[in-house]
Design a protein around this ligand. Sequence first.
Ligand code: PMP
Length: 363
Amino acid sequence: MSQIYNFSAGPAALPKEVLQQARDEMLDWHGSGMSVMEMSHRGKEFMSIIEDLENDLRNLAGIPSNYKVLFLQGGASSQFAMIPMNLLRDKKKADYINTGQWSEKAIKEAKKYCTVNIAASSEDAKFTYAPTQDQWRLNDDAAYIHYTSNETIGGVEFNWAPDFPMDSEVPLVADMSSNILSRSLDVSRYGLIYAGAQKNLGPAGLVLVIIREDLAGFPLPGTPTLFDYMVHIKNDSMYNTPPTYAIYITGLVLKWLKQQGGLTVVEQNNIHKAALLYDLLDTSDFYHCPVAKQDRSRMNIPFTLKDPALDEAFLKQAEANGLVQLKGHRSVGGMRASLYNAMPVEGVVQLITFMKEFSSKHA
Ligand code: PMP
């Protein structure tokens, strides 16, 4: 099979070594005679898998002991509702930073439960930048502050972590679906972090929630049992059947990340890979990236061609060169290259070589 590089925004490419290990263990996990898919989630084999995953995650991300780690279902989208349902408590307002389509979805859902204050927005420039913290107009009586640390569609990333006093009354909530574990992280700045797994962590079906312990336990009246963080905390994510196979693969991905050297090394690799592609975009008259330089995502790089009439030919020829899933999101058009942790630098080099050839042929 010839080498294919998959630039999908999610579900996205997984490390080859992880897939190979999953293949080798598919029919018989560690001599158990069972596939992980067939195991009881309460059996000792699966319990060891989920415990290992939690330990590895705690070590990799340096998660303090007063934070709980939850492995849930429902995708990151379920958190758009679960967050207001659990964090509003007796307050009626929440602050949201609007940097694009994923922020907007979170905002739309939160409006069902509270008054949303848009504390900052980059809508004035078609969501091509991330408002700096001094532009955030926060409400004193907000229950929490929500932002999307990486906008997967627009390719806008907060390349800095918001800085609030550690004892700030208002917890910071981050949707890290598309950049979690791609860079070093200070969990203690956040009240709650969530991420769908299908980009940087593992397969679809799993959503990771890291929540400061004291924030759980105060759901709005009428909150469904499955939407109550405390229920999942008390049951170690086993109130109902968790997404067992996705948890297993995510465990393998985390071991792979550890082998790479942990988040500091992974972050350096991601900086390097993104710089290679942005350098080409910035030195070319043929390609263009609309995002403000300081807020460009390392994970999702949107770009357009000088003449959109060439888009189809670009995609077709890229595919013939083993470079797949480069089509931009249907709402914005153009191209998007997602360079998550699992994308090897060789994939980026091959993409750049192809892009240079294509532009010189069509200049
Ligand atoms: N937030 C962000 C930043 C995303 O990129 C996505 C998925 N692309 C979501 C939320 C929604 O995730 P899910 O499909 O798992 O609900």
